[in-house]
Design a protein around this ligand. Structure first.
Ligand code: AMP
Length: 550
């Protein structure tokens, strides 16, 4: 293999495989259509005791598309999916695409304030959500947001086992006038939506990230981005037709969307879903469904490892285990391997890189950086270029120097939904500026060593201080607020708020936490609250967040 000296990573590529495999599909729906054509009767989704075949998912997503079209969804409309890991998520995603729409994946843990911001930004024509989330949160948001179509569903549907570890205590809630997903699908069964075709540049997904402003930005993952990254997973790891996938990452996150759903559609393999991650249920699901692959946050993999029911052969069916989204301590990789015989391989990417940008090759072990002790996040994958640049000037740096990681390749989004300025800042001449600080060694391995951005990474869930600070400032007692990440043995990092209060008022930690809980998803709520008289500031009065870390 002749090597480009600017791409030393090519020598780490698995021998015998093309370094730039031809891209097979131009859009995400084609992956699915091809799977249906090849493997209609093969299992597409396992959910507790239920299995849906590709033909069944095809029929149900056709029916849902017809229901959406009949209710007024047109090409390019946004359909918000506010669901956990349930079959309806996959059916709704495909149904949205078949109706010509853009699917918006939304964390169902979001509270009213967060949903209102998201809905205001993407203006969804339709929302498909858990009925309990509808009752508790969404119904109230809809009063102020013009959403034309609401469809609700339940995690109790599509199964009869009623797994007590997850589904006990959940009851149905049918709101007046709100159609039920399963009933709607049944009513439109047998109907076929008109043919729809997408260009690779058409937006398939809006996946929200926050940012320095604290306001949500919808990364526009195109059909081409999705089809390419699904193929990256398949070819890089060497997954075979029909291989099963264990869905441990949330489907609303880019890892789940690509490394679970899109990958499963590409290889016509069954995706095992179990509502929410619960380690003992997952261990049972692995035994029952024998998946070949999984990818998820390191905390989820460690929860499997530390569960008393985990046995040496619990993960025997898996061919490869990958982890992404958060730093991995090399010692934990060793413990996991000692327990299960599986070496965890690291993958690095962002929502804006449609999941994988650098991945550890399947036949290699990632080196550990002697300087920082960090496990490498792998090497740039197919057709992907990574450059380390000066974080301030963006001038390219030499190999071995630490700077901002920039990425260019077919997985990089074209921008953020209706946010041209944020787009220009993040993506310059095709290069995504990640805000992560890294170093590439002479052999092409990438290491993450720091962050330029203020983001907090709590077990893969990203928390942006500015958003939490805005919520804290809305409390009448708060004079100044700064939110920082502090080390946490389980989550890697967790959220801490440092506050100064207005003169003459008093407030307890519990009151602050409650205030946040009502306004934000639980993972953003500060675990620690410290009160101090005055926050450290620059001469110009800007709060010095970094001085408060630790
Ligand atoms: P998200 O958009 O939620 O996928 O978050 C992307 C961010 O997660 C990146 O900018 C990194 O800071 C972090 N991240 C992703 N993968 C890894 C990894 N393998 N190790 C450490 N941090 C990671």
């Amino acid at each position: 293999m002749s090597l480009d000296p600017a791409m030393p990573w090519l020598r780490q590529y698995t021998p015998g495989r093309p370094t730039a495999p031809p891209i097979e599909h131009g859009d995400a729906l084609s992956l699915f259509r091809a799977a249906v054509a090849r493997a209609a009767s093969s299992p597409a989704i396992h959910y507790f005791d239920t299995t849906l075949s590709f033909a069944e998912v095809d029929a149900q997503s056709d029916a849902l598309a017809c229901a959406l079209l009949q209710r007024g969804v047109t090409r390019g409309d946004r359909v918000a999916l506010v669901m956990q890991n349930i079959p309806q998520f996959v059916i709704a995603l495909l149904g949205s695409w078949k109706a010509g729409a853009i699917a918006v994946s939304i964390n169902p843990m979001n509270r009213e304030r967060e949903l209102a911001l998201l809905f205001a930004d993407c203006a969804p024509k339709a929302v498909i959500a858990h009925e309990n989330a509808y009752r508790e949160v969404i119904a109230r948001v809809l009063a102020t947001t013009p959403v034309a179509i609401v469809i609700t569903t339940s995690e109790l549907d599509y199964q009869t086992r009623h797994e007590p570890r997850l589904l006990a205590g959940i009851s149905r809630y049918r709101a007046d006038g709100v159609p039920d997903f399963a009933e709607l699908v049944a009513a439109h069964r047998g109907e076929e939506p008109p043919p729809v075709a997408f260009d690779s540049s058409d937006t398939a997904l809006l996946v929200y990230t926050s940012g320095t402003t604290g306001l949500p930005k919808g990364a526009m993952n195109s059909h081409g981005n999705v089809a390419f990254t699904a193929q990256v997973y398949r070819d890089w790891i060497g997954l075979a037709e029909g291989d099963g996938i264990l869905g441990i990452a949330p489907l609303f996150h880019i890892t789940g969307l690509i490394g679970h759903i899109a990958l499963g559609l590409l290889i016509a393999g069954p995706l095992t879903l179990a509502y929410r991650f619960e380690p003992s249920v997952m261990l049972d699901a692995i035994r029952e469904r024998q998946p070949a692959f999984t990818i998820g946050a390191i905390t989820a993999l460690l929860a499997l490892m530390n569960h008393p029911e985990a046995r040496a052969d619990s993960l025997a069916s898996l061919k490869a285990v990958y982890s992404g989204g958060a730093p991995i301590a090399p010692s934990l990789v060793e413990q996991f391997e000692a327990k299960f015989g599986h070496y965890i391989r690291n993958a690095y990417g962002l929502t804006e890189s449609t999941s994988p940008a650098t991945v550890c090759p399947v036949d290699k072990r990632a080196p550990v950086d002697p300087l920082f002790g960090a496990l490498s996040v792998g090497v740039p994958t197919y057709r992907t270029d990574v450059r380390i640049v000066d974080a301030e000037t963006a001038a390219p740096l030499a190999n071995g120097e630490a700077g901002e990681i920039t990425i260019r390749g077919p997985q990089i989004v074209s921008g953020y939904w209706r946010k041209p300025e944020a787009t220009l800042e993040a993506i310059r001449e095709g290069w995504l500026h990640t805000g992560d600080i890294g170093v590439i060694d002479a052999d092409g391995w990438l290491y993450l060593v720091d962050r330029k951005k203020d983001m907090i990474n709590a077990a893969g869930y990203k928390v942006w201080p500015r958003e939490v600070e805005d919520v804290l400032y809305s409390h009448p007692a708060v004079r100044e607020a700064a939110v920082v990440g502090v080390p946490d043995a389980y989550r890697g990092e967790t959220v801490k708020a440092v506050l100064s209060l207005k003169a003459g008022v008093d407030v307890t930690t519990a009151e602050i936490v409650q205030h946040c809980r009502e306004r934000m998803a639980a993972y953003k709520v500060p675990r620690f609250v410290e009160f101090i008289a005055e926050l450290p500031k620059t001469v110009t009065g800007k709060i010095l967040r970094r001085e408060l870390r630790g």
